[in-house]
Design a protein around this ligand. Structure first.
Ligand SMILES: Nc1ncnc2c1ncn2[C@@H]1O[C@H](COP(=O)(O)OP(=O)(O)OP(=O)(O)O)[C@@H](O)[C@H]1O
Length: 500
């Protein structure tokens, strides 16, 4: 395909003919790529296309089977992560890589290595605090807390700040794998504005993202991967969204992702009501409806979902016991069972359906799993593959299959499309609508504004309260931000909900 490679003399890094296989899966095939000094490069492709594998080779985490990496004047066929860190190549991993029992400050020491024997804590604190303040002004993160106690968006911010900590002249290239997948629009914008500054400082970035609008707005050049190969390399100015989706392969060239128009019957029975006091805005969910939760991340949306889930798990507040299934976006801490197979992960919520007299019927387990994998388009080597061998987006799809394969009438979605590719997303949106039409009800928290257009109604949260209700056609980034920052008296809502 077209080659719009950066000029070699200004190259920060040159990857030549790199391949990597996992057993029979050829994850990366003869990849060749030049990243220019200070360049903002986008890397896109369907789930399992090989993007993370390329990044892992570039960061020294994976050894390539063939090919070389050139950094400055040196050519390497194999490098260690420590070597690459010294050469100024840093990564922000999709499955965040911070040690959860250490604080952000201690993690900085682990990353940076040499901070001296004495006073390292103060130096590490200074580095991470400065980096967080520079990229995410007003972040409010306590860098002295163990990282495992931070929510997923905060962990993502710390991971990003770690990668950019230090003098710009020491950093050559930062690869960011889905860095905004848990960030709300405001924080994602802060990051994008910072990437411009980094670029002016001579730091090159590779942005891997399924948020194609982000790729089109913030990069200079886009590289497209399909099935382990680089199939396109185009200046962003010459691209449109449909053209980009088309280049990503046999995925439908969808327009904007919010394509699900059907509306639920307004007279359908109410299945859930989250009540406040007088004058407060309440959340009402009817059978067959899809309602969205929006607003800046961390303003009570996730907490509300968890309260509903807990009430359903205990059979309280009018909800039948076990009537809700939860799809977590934070798959690392709340989602997958890492040493289980993909079918075990998918059917764990439907154990009653796949067992007889307390014994799991393996054939039935595989049958249910395979059916849902086909519906959701999971790419896996087979139902017995370990879930950890799947690409991030495919792992996320398994969590979806788990919830939908259960018989729960109420599905709670906690920003569930993290890292899912654009083609699959539109299929999953249609699937959600089909399940809603069949009588299931959905409460869907999303940090992606576009996605909320799929909902019948959207509730905007601010400081633990619902401050606005938007109809689907009123949902825009601007209307959500306006409600999120509205300077007016707010109705009080008690999220210790009363359910019907
Ligand atoms: N450790 C592993 N063992 C076996 N197969 C693997 C392993 N890591 C990756 N793969 C396979 O390699 C292929 C490429 O995966 P990769 O994670 O690079 O995709 P990706 O483009 O980053 O996808 P996503 O958008 O979902 O993150 C997939 O088929 C995946 O299942």
């Amino acid at each position: 395909m077209v080659a719009a490679q950066a000029a070699t003399r200004d190259a920060a890094v040159i990857v030549s003919g790199v391949s990597r296989s996992f057993g029979s899966v050829r994850a990366l095939s003869d990849a060749t790529l030049t990243v220019g000094k200070g360049e903002k490069l986008g890397l896109v492709g369907h789930n399992g296309a090989g993007k993370s594998t390329l990044m892992n080779v570039l960061s020294g985490v994976l050894r390539p089977d063939a090919g070389t990496i050139r950094v400055g004047t040196e050519v390497y066929s194999q490098v260690t992560p420590a070597q690459l860190h010294r050469l100024g190549i840093r990564c922000v991993f999709q499955e965040l890589s911070l040690c959860p029992n250490l604080t952000a400050v201690e993690n900085t020491l682990v990353r940076q290595g040499k901070l001296g024997r004495w006073g390292w804590r103060k130096r590490a604190r200074g580095l991470i605090a400065a980096s967080l303040d520079r990229i995410f002004p007003g972040h409010g993160i306590d860098i002295g807390r163990p990282v495992g106690e931070l929510d997923i968006a905060q962990r993502q911010m710390v991971e990003i700040a770690e990668a950019f900590a230090g003098r710009p002249s020491d950093i050559r290239l930062v690869i960011l794998d889905e860095p905004t997948s848990s960030l709300d629009a405001r924080v994602a914008d802060q990051l994008m504005a910072f990437l411009d500054i980094a670029s002016r400082d001579g730091i090159a970035t590779i942005l891997i993202s399924h948020r194609l609008n982000e790729i089109l707005s913030f990069t200079e050049r886009v590289v497209v991967m399909v099935d382990g190969r680089i199939v396109g390399d185009v200046a962003t100015a010459d691209l449109t969204r449909p053209a980009l989706v088309g280049m990503m392969g046999h995925l439908e060239a969808a327009g904007p992702e919010s394509t699900v128009a059907a509306r639920a019957e307004t007279s359908a029975e109410i299945v859930l009501r989250v009540e406040g006091g007088e004058d407060s805005l309440r959340l009402v969910l009817r059978k067959g409806e899809v309602v969205g939760l929006a607003g800046l991340d961390g303003h009570g949306q996730r907490h509300t979902l968890q309260q509903i889930f807990d009430a359903a798990a205990r059979g309280q507040a009018g909800l039948a016991k076990g009537s809700a299934a939860y799809v977590a976006g934070d798959r690392q801490t709340e989602g997958v069972f890492p040493v289980w197979s993909v079918s075990e992960n998918a059917t764990v919520r439907a154990l009653r359906d796949v067992s007889r007299y307390g014994v799991i019927d393996l054939a039935r387990e595989r049958e249910i799993a395979s059916r849902w994998f086909r519906r959701i388009g999971v790419r896996t080597a087979g139902p017995d593959a370990r879930i950890g061998t799947l690409s991030g987006g495919n792992q996320q799809k398994i969590l979806f299959a788990r919830a939908l394969a259960s018989s729960a009438p109420l599905i709670l979605l906690d920003d569930p499309m993290r890292g899912v590719d654009v083609g699959t997303k539109s299929e999953v949106y249609a699937l959600i609508r089909a399940e809603a039409q069949a009588g299931r009800s959905f409460v869907w928290y999303s940090t992606e504004t576009e996605e909320l257009g799929n909902c019948d109604r959207v509730y905007v949260f601010r400081e633990g309260r619902i401050v606005a209700v938007l109809e689907a056609d009123e949902v825009t980034e601007e209307s959500i931000l306006r409600a999120s920052f509205a300077d007016r008296p707010e109705p009080r809502i008690a999220l210790e909900a009363a359910y019907v």
